[in-house]
Design a protein around this ligand. Structure first.
Ligand SMILES: Cc1ncc(C[n+]2csc(CCOP(=O)(O)OP(=O)(O)O)c2C)c(N)n1
Length: 563
């Protein structure tokens, strides 16, 4: 029996195991919404298409599955661009379906026509325009395959309305072959041996771990290798949770707001093993002075990441988990290369633990309500187990510093693009993936206003996401830079009109609480975390607080300013 393009869409999604669609409708996707009417795929209607993409992204980051969304043509499609670029920068597997005008109108400036394939070409891993319904099934199969394999990323499929109505025989392909696309999963064994010999001869090794550890589910292997070789571990923002934050070998986050120990360890190391990280500028500081004495081993599934920003001595292209397994095996086999290794490391390990002990992360307690304190309390009250989304700015950096992430897929944050407005819709996606878990968005008062309309989505679908607003009355991270580097000239960073967030929550049918003093923090958070409803906790924090350490733009990691 023949099916139309819309029915093929629904059948294909089911065969891909898709259980949830984050969506916003419009004229160009009416055949598709009609086909969805009788399907059991859960349809989460958001209130803005940007949020549909962030929600699919949050769903994907926390579950490891491909997140999927559907939007209409023109403005629906263009509204997805920030979400797509966010997922692209952080290598998140999502498939975005957009409606398009009828094929005979494409290129005519038709009503609600936008060249979304052209617009998203630089920020998708791949994208398609389905010109013929006969191509639909193959394209969907390919899109899911491309999104989830190799270095994952967003794929967009643009479906003209007439294609969604046209009929054809439906047969979902069993196999995929995409010309020129063959990710390398197994690292070169010669390179792995070379890397391990380098580590065996080192005196000051350090592991530099990134989001690739989480993407490739390599946490267990990372822990095994790190413990076997007693190597201290520093993580990027994206890598947090990939190595337990409470492990004695963990140095914390590295980079612009990294810990003293992590940045000093990198600066002074003689061998850096970077795994699933891409050496972005927020992580390395001034490139010329990054780890001047170190030989660098770089494991990444994406060959174009290697030696892109930092010169690498031992490149290894492969999946982090596979490569780590081989590394562990190599250490066991190459006993000679590791003779005397533990004694050689003694001095370094003492040095690193001195840095850790003498320069811990901290903040001044002076009777005012400090944002760092709020995050410490969230961590303590949830026993470190909640899924934590963040917005962007100081709230994000304090969360990275003061919440102890103990497992992978626990932090949901826009690292690469730094998208304000990401956290709340991403938290909604995470809550859909894990309905029983406590999901908290730690937000700034600026960022939360970028997608606040999603309170309606949370209420409609009974998603009890908690938003803790660190309300400092300003765009805090911008203000901090103005304070430190622009002579306190606070231009356009004050939010002089602030909504009453409690009333706003209530207006949407959610719950709102306010906190003004340190003494109320525990009581209100406990109430919020157990009320089973979407909730805003508006916490009035000290507006002058800064994020420290900070490496000024263009400076070397060792030139951090401390608190
Ligand atoms: C969409 C978007 N616009 C602008 C910025 C630039 N930016 C980075 S942090 C920041 C301030 C964020 O303020 P807020 O959400 O209140 O968080 P805080 O820093 O106070 O914690 C701004 C404007 C951004 N990252 N994203």
């Amino acid at each position: 029996m023949k099916k139309n393009g819309a029915q093929i869409f629904v059948e294909s999604l089911k065969l891909e195991g898709v259980d949830t669609l984050f969506c916003y409708p419009g004229g160009a996707v009416l055949y598709i919404t009609d086909a969805l009417y009788s399907s059991d795929i859960k349809q989460i209607l958001v209130r803005h298409e940007q949020a549909a993409v962030h929600a699919a992204d949050g769903y994907a980051r926390t579950s490891g599955k491909v997140g999927v969304c559907l939007v209409t043509s023109g403005p629906g499609a263009t509204n997805t661009v920030t979400g797509i670029a966010t997922a692209y920068m952080d290598s998140v597997p999502i498939v975005v379906f957009s409606g398009q005008v009828n094929t005979n109108l494409i290129g005519n400036d038709a009503f609600q026509e936008a060249d979304i394939v052209g617009i998203t070409r630089p920020c998708t891993k791949h994208n398609y325009l389905v010109r013929d319904v006969k191509e639909m099934a193959r394209i969907i199969k390919e899109a899911f395959y491309i999104a989830r394999t190799g270095r994952p990323g967003p794929v967009l499929i643009d479906i003209p309305k007439d294609v969604s109505a046209a009929l054809t025989e439906f047969k979902y392909p069993e196999k995929v072959s995409v010309k020129g696309y063959q990710p390398t999963y197994t690292g070169h064994s010669g390179q792995i041996e070379k890397a391990m010999r380098l580590v065996g001869a080192s005196r000051k090794p350090v592991l530099y771990t990134g989001g690739g550890i989480i993407t490739s589910n390599a946490s267990k292997e990372l822990l095994a290798l790190a413990e076997k070789l007693s190597i201290p571990v520093a993580s990027t923002l994206m890598g947090l949770g990939g190595f337990p934050g409470n492990h004695p070998q963990f140095l914390g986050m590295l980079g612009m707001h990294g810990t003293y120990a992590a940045n000093m360890a990198l600066t002074n190391s003689d061998v850096i093993m970077a795994i699933g990280a891409r050496f972005d500028d927020r992580a390395t500081g001034k490139v010329d002075e990054f780890a001047p004495h170190a030989k660098i081993i770089h494991v990444d599934i994406d060959p174009t990441s290697i030696s892109k920003n930092i010169r690498v001595d031992v490149p290894i292209v492969g999946d982090a988990r596979n490569v780590l397994r081989k590394m562990i095996q190599t250490v066991e086999e190459e006993k000679e290369a590791f003779r005397g290794y533990n004694q050689r490391l003694e001095e370094w390990l003492t040095q690193v633990s001195d840095w850790k002990m003498n320069f811990p992360l901290g903040y001044v307690r002076n009777g005012t309500l400090k944002p760092q304190y709020v995050i410490e309390r969230i961590c303590e009250l949830t026993k470190g187990k909640a899924i934590i989304a963040t917005e962007v700015g100081q709230n994000q950096m304090w969360t990275a510093q003061f919440f102890t992430f103990i497992r992978p897929r626990q932090i949901v944050t826009s690292g690469g693009l730094g998208t304000m407005g990401y956290g709340f819709p991403a938290a909604i996606g995470a809550q859909v993936a894990y309905p029983e878990s406590l999901v908290i968005d730690i937000a700034g008062d600026g960022s939360i206003q970028m997608n606040i309309q999603e309170l309606a989505t949370a209420v409609q679908f009974n998603l009890p996401v908690k938003i803790v607003i660190l309300n400092n009355g300003c765009l805090g991270m911008v203000r901090q830079w103005q304070e430190l580097f622009y002579e306190k000239r606070y231009a356009i960073s004050r939010l002089e009109c602030m909504p009453n967030f409690v009333k706003l929550a209530e207006a949407y049918g959610a719950v709102g609480y306010e906190v003004e003093h340190e003494s109320e923090v525990d009581r209100v958070l406990k109430k919020a975390f157990t009320n089973g409803k979407p909730t805003i906790v508006d916490v009035h924090v000290n507006p002058e607080e800064g994020v420290y350490p900070i490496v000024p733009a263009g400076a070397a990691l060792r030139d951090m300013l401390l608190v």
